[in-house]
Design a protein around this ligand. Structure first.
Ligand code: TYD
Length: 138
């Protein structure tokens, strides 16, 4: 996987003076079936989340409310996105390291995931992630 595989996905948005609505259907609007949903909230000012990559997990990451910065790293290069629109998600495939910070007050970071939680799917150590990338490309 490379940064070229990471991309913003614009989701359907039903606008209404009484409030907007966005919906997401697995295998349709996003390139995987949704097996898990989780969300981060009550994130204190200055907190940093992420700091890991996944062996197999794919995710769509959305600023459901508020904003944050997310930096993706494929082991060769990095890119940062400022996420602040509830109808735009960032597709993060497997084998991509992520760091998330600069959370706004009251931010809700919504994640749709392709698999159930599995700690053995994580690289939590950057050197191990880098070694796995190097092994794949050699
Ligand atoms: P982690 O994925 O490291 O969070 P972040 O990337 O936002 O910093 O998960 C934090 C903790 O929550 C860790 O102990 C694992 C646990 N967890 C679950 O039990 N189930 C889940 O679905 C997720 C995402 C995390």
């Amino acid at each position: 996987m490379s940064l070229n595989d990471c991309r913003l996905i614009t989701l359907p948005k039903i606008t209404n003076p009484k409030g907007n609505l966005t919906f997401i259907e697995g295998d349709d609007h996003i390139p995987f079936s949704i097996q898990r949903v989780y969300y981060l909230y009550d994130v204190p000012s200055g907190a940093e989340r992420g700091g890991h990559a996944h062996k197999a997990l794919q995710q769509l990451i959305i600023a459901a409310s508020g904003s944050f910065d997310i930096t993706l790293d494929d082991g060769r290069q990095k890119r940062t996105w400022h996420m602040n629109r509830p109808h735009i998600g960032l597709y993060v495939p497997n084998m991509i390291w992520r760091e998330i910070d600069n959370f706004s007050s009251g931010c809700v970071l919504l994640v749709l995931a392709s698999h159930h939680y599995d700690e053995s799917d994580y690289y939590r150590d950057y050197a191990s992630f880098q070694a796995a990338i190097n092994n794949q490309s050699s």
